[in-house]
Design a protein. Sequence first.
Lengths: 443, 97
Amino acid sequence: MIRVQGTRLSAALAGSGTELIYTAAPELRAAASPVPVLPVVLQAGQLRPAPGERWPEFKNRVAERLGPLIERLNYEVGTAQEITPSYAGNALATALTVDELAVVTEHPDIVVQFADLDPLLPVVMMDDAATDIGLPAFTGATSLTGAGVKVAVLDSGIDAAHPALVVSTQVETCGEPVVIPGTHGTHCAGILASRDSALRGVAPHVELIDVKVLRANGTGRHTAVTRGVDEALDLGADVLSMSLGFNHLPVSISGGHGWTCPDGTCPLCLAVDNAVAEGAMVVVAAGNEHERCQQARMGGAGLAYDTELGCPGQAARALTVGAHHKKSYAPAWFSSSGPTAYWNPKPELCAPGVDIMSTIPLPRDGEGVPQLNAQRVLQFGVMSGTSMATPIVAGACALLIEQARKAGEADDPDAIRQRLLGQHVVPVGGPVNVLGAGRLRMA
Amino acid sequence: MQGNPAPRQKRPVHVSIQWRAARPAGSSRADRKAAFAADFRTLLGAAEHVYVDWDSLSLSAQTVEAFLDADHADSAKARLEALGLRVDPIVDRRIIT
């Protein structure tokens, strides 16, 4: 049996032995071409890098596995479509007719991951991160989606017109209207709550609150951020996701913010600690300053800053998140390491933060009207950063809050934090000052 | 003949003032905000060369935004810090991670 997820051609598949798991939205189905060519991703194994195995060696190993599959597509199926290998994903992206698909899926080592509207997306996508954190198994067993949980994304603004996002409330504290969405904010929101068939967020049914504390270009003031924390609390947010931070590098270093916080009580950190005291989980990015700090150390400026972590990432009660690579779980080269300036061990945990595919603002016409029928390649994009790891953890918190409420158990920040760190984090054997207690693993 | 241009005035310094007092008390956020604002107003009431924007009060950060007279910014800041307050310049930065 062929399992096809997210396809557009239910009619073409009828009677072909294909199980239709998901059907695209009616307006998308109506817009679909009648030509029965299905964009597909063909998964051909689950190879992972062996301990100590370098990327070229791993890539060769995967290539040996993908080679016969490419041959089969070229010679037996005779597909005219381009075939794009994804070595990290152990997969091939292409487009096939239903007949070709039937031939391909006879291959015992092939699983058709999904098919969706063209053009094809790269295989490196949120799906990979979801698998890395064991999300399909967890949500499959629990049916949790984040429903009833309010999550505020404090960022550069979310594109509420995006078809994959349902934004319940929008407020701003930065002086720029909420109708000007930020790429960064929209991307983080999608990781957390995208309802797209293929690029589904961690907790798609949360009540998503857009707290635009930064302009669309990612700039802003610390007072706009702290007022955003107030707004989120006033709106009753259960979880705050903050993919931002002021770093402690001096302004004389490129990208340095010159922020000081020797004891974790600066306005940003205190705002976070107070928010937790008021009953909200606050998930904060560790920061992307590791490489820059290393360069500063090598240049003899190692004493010019006291921590790689940003603020409010070094707030004592923040759930501070570092980033790791997908699949290999190696620390991301940019992920700021702990401890805090006051020698608290941080970050608490890490999550995938490299090459994460998620929503980006829709293109606008000359009058600023969003193009709702934009191609999918214009609706989704890849970004990296501890910013991307943060909404993954925020989404996980939302799922655990929903779970606790359904079970009649405590859903306060301390209880959820304890459950998350105690039951859903596995050690990865990396440096604890970069990866914390380990990587997020829901199941 | 054109006259000399007027000397450029120094801009007041935009800062946040944080009072890390005990966490504000009250049964609701509105109550806590009102109580904190009242106490903070009392504390800052006599501060010279400090112009506070009370609409900017952040309960979570325990801050208000203010402008310091440019000519007296250093001394005003020093007096605020002597009261145990933290004073940070408000500066735009690119802070997404």
